[in-house]
Design a protein around this ligand. Structure first.
Ligand SMILES: Nc1ncnc2c1ncn2[C@@H]1O[C@H](COP(=O)(O)OP(=O)(O)OP(=O)(O)O)[C@@H](O)[C@H]1O
Ligand SMILES: [Mg+2]
Length: 610
């Protein structure tokens, strides 16, 4: 329990912890008022039954004379009104406390999910290679709600009930210790026994609930993500069944949790009411008359009326807390697992100045391997890219071209070697300023379900988009004619991941997106692979005509694409095999010649396709 508290406190910010403390104070006030309501019942009923107390009790006598009551009845009425006020006020405090509780809890739901999204977004790129995006989405969108509903609310209810119970029990203890102790032992003991028996099951089933939920999100995201393949191969049933299994597990775990929390109430309520009746009968037999015992019995009945639900709530919230312990652990680990402090310092990316680049980019003996691979993907790759040069990178599939570009982009930190720009080494501190001057077209372009404008100005707030720049970028990417033919022109929505565009059109949107920022360095990773030769040629010419972009790094399968580059690098198994311009390589390298002639034939076959 203490460990859980530690974890939930660790998830909260200092401000939220302060709010929590305030909330607990409010809840304590609520408990005291509720207890005062209970406490006033016994004296009041005694007073009504036996008004002589007024003259017998010195305290009451003093109050009676101080306020100068005309007779006993008006004193009783005044006391009744006071009691009524106490109960009303107590309930008002309860209402305020409940309001504060829900406000706090749902604010937290909002804040924690925001913090989790921020935490994820600030992770290095490497983090996302090992994580399933539907799992991350699930944690933010769904698990935080389980944490709120299944952990935080029960925890607060638990705390408030404990306070109420302590106050009430203390009071009834003073009135009649024996009956209280017996009642508490029987009731509390039975609940504790039941809890003790099921506690491991609760934790286990809570864990299963968590895993089933992950599976549910994964299946749905995969089914829709690969919908074309699913439909084309008729695999709908496979996904349906997979979802059904996970979903029914989740539901049955959740139903079981609600059930075990609620069931003991019916058993123990019977026990409690039975006891009250038994108590009345016993007292009746001992004392022989009903009058004297009514205040005491009413007191216990009222105490029981407050106490029973409180004890039941404690049990129910305990089962919920235990059940959702797995969720808390999970979120705790997600939020504290990897530190983001370093990145947070410089998160305000808009305020970062672009890096100055006047002479050369140098890759110096870059060695890299992926964490789960033994073989080196890149080994001692050195390369100098002078400003305004065009560099081509060719090589067989899997040679490490994309990885090299990822390192150049600062997405991965090389194991050995470094990248320098005008002699300045690229480190975690300045990588964002370096990225600001790069335009990058990835091998697989991601288009969002937005308009062409929204996709070209990806991640830029609508009111900051410059339409002239959009049009210029579209012209460079040879996209303008196509856009003019669209029904809504630049406002045409491209569909999820660009499903309403052809492969080549998607690539050109990707290119327009990269050149929109007028980058000084443009990196194209197979960015023209889906374009026909003529369009590719036109794009290259348009790019050269646009003054801003001069330094180009082009990865291509077709030698033709890199033919005009100042330097062509041939990468093989992560090493630079050959380096030189087209003519040199054609002359000196047999491999390059084979590649060039094979690809040229290939080109002739595909010519004219879009
Ligand atoms: N995230 C990763 N984890 C482990 N290995 C990876 C990862 N990404 C790529 N690899 C491996 O690294 C090697 C180089 O991959 P890379 O994507 O750089 O090749 P490439 O030259 O761009 O190939 P292609 O021409 O097919 O795009 C491949 O063998 C690939 O399997
Ligand atoms: Mg690649």
């Amino acid at each position: 329990m203490l460990k859980m508290l530690e974890k939930i406190l660790a998830i909260l910010t200092r401000r939220e912890r302060k709010q929590l403390a305030l909330l607990l104070v409010l809840m304590l006030t609520m408990a005291l008022f509720q207890a005062a309501g209970v406490a006033s019942v016994l004296p009041f009923i005694s007073l009504v039954m036996n008004p002589e107390i007024i003259t017998q009790n010195n305290w009451i006598q003093a109050i009676y004379t101080y306020f100068d009551f005309p007779d006993n009845n008006s004193f009783i009425i005044a006391t009744g009104l006071l009691m009524l006020f106490l109960i009303l006020f107590g309930n008002a405090v309860s209402a305020v406390a409940t309001w504060a509780k829900f406000k706090f809890v749902w604010n937290n739901n909002d804040n924690i999910s925001r913090r989790l999204l921020q935490h994820y977004l600030l992770q290095p790129y490497e983090f996302f290679l090992n994580r399933n995006s539907s799992d991350l989405a699930k944690n933010i969108l769904n698990e935080i709600q389980f944490l709120t509903n299944g952990f935080l609310i029960p925890l607060l209810d638990f705390a408030s009930r404990i306070l109420i119970i302590i106050v009430i029990i203390t009071m009834v203890l003073i009135v009649n210790p024996l009956i209280t102790i017996i009642a508490v032992l029987i009731l509390g003991g039975s609940y504790m026994l039941i809890y003790w028996i099921i506690r491991n099951k609760l934790a286990y089933r809570g864990g299963r609930r968590l895993r089933a939920n992950r599976e549910r999100f994964k299946v749905v995201s995969e089914a829709f993500g690969g919908i074309k393949e699913v439909k084309a191969s008729g695999r709908e049933v496979f996904f349906l069944e997979k979802y059904a299994r996970a979903s029914s597990t989740l539901s049955s775990m959740q139903a079981w949790n609600n059930l075990v929390g609620a069931i003991p109430k019916y058993i123990l309520e019977s026990v409690a009411f039975g006891s009250v009746i038994a108590l009345i009968l016993v007292l009746l037999v001992i004392k022989g008359e009903a009058q004297g015992i009514i205040p005491l019995v009413s007191f216990f009945a009222f105490a029981g009326y407050r106490l029973m639900p409180a004890i039941q709530d404690i049990f129910q919230t305990s089962t919920q807390i235990k059940f959702n312990q797995a969720t808390l652990e999970h979120i705790y680990q997600e939020m504290t697992g990897i530190s983001t402090r370093e990145v947070i310092k410089q998160k305000n990316i808009r305020e970062i100045d672009p890096m100055l680049f006047d002479q050369e980019i140098k890759l110096d003996e870059i060695t890299f391997n992926y964490p789960d691979r033994e073989e080196k993907v890149l080994e001692k790759v050195s390369l100098t890219i002078r400003k305004n040069q065009k560099i081509g990178i060719v090589g067989a599939t899997g040679a490490g071209k994309t990885t090299l570009v990822d390192i150049l982009l600062g997405l991965f930190i090389p194991e050995q070697g470094q990248i320098t720009v005008d002699g300045l080494s690229i480190e975690a501190e300045n990588v964002q300023s370096w990225q600001k001057i790069i335009g990058y077209v990835p091998q697989q372009i991601y288009l969002s379900d937005d308009t062409i404008i929204g996709n070209i100005a990806f991640g830029i707030p609508e009111n900051q988009i410059d339409l002239e720049k959009i049009k210029k970028a579209a012209a460079i990417a040879r996209l303008d004619e196509f856009i003019e033919r669209l029904p809504d022109k630049y406002h045409t929505v491209v569909g999820e991941r660009g499903v309403k565009l052809s492969g080549g059109q998607m690539q050109r949107v990707g290119i327009a997106r990269a050149v929109y920022h007028d980058p000084q360095v443009l990196i194209l990773d197979e960015a023209t692979s889906a374009l026909d030769n003529i369009t590719e040629q036109e794009f290259m010419e348009a790019l050269e005509a646009a003054a801003e972009v001069k330094t180009l790094i082009i990865i291509a399968h077709r030698i033709n694409t890199v033919r005009n580059c100042d330097t062509i690098i041939m990468l093989e198994n992560g090493r630079v095999q050959e380096q030189g311009n087209y003519e040199m390589l054609m002359q000196d390298s047999k491999k390059f010649r084979t590649m060039a002639t094979a690809r040229d034939k290939d080109d002739k076959n595909t010519k004219g396709q879009d």
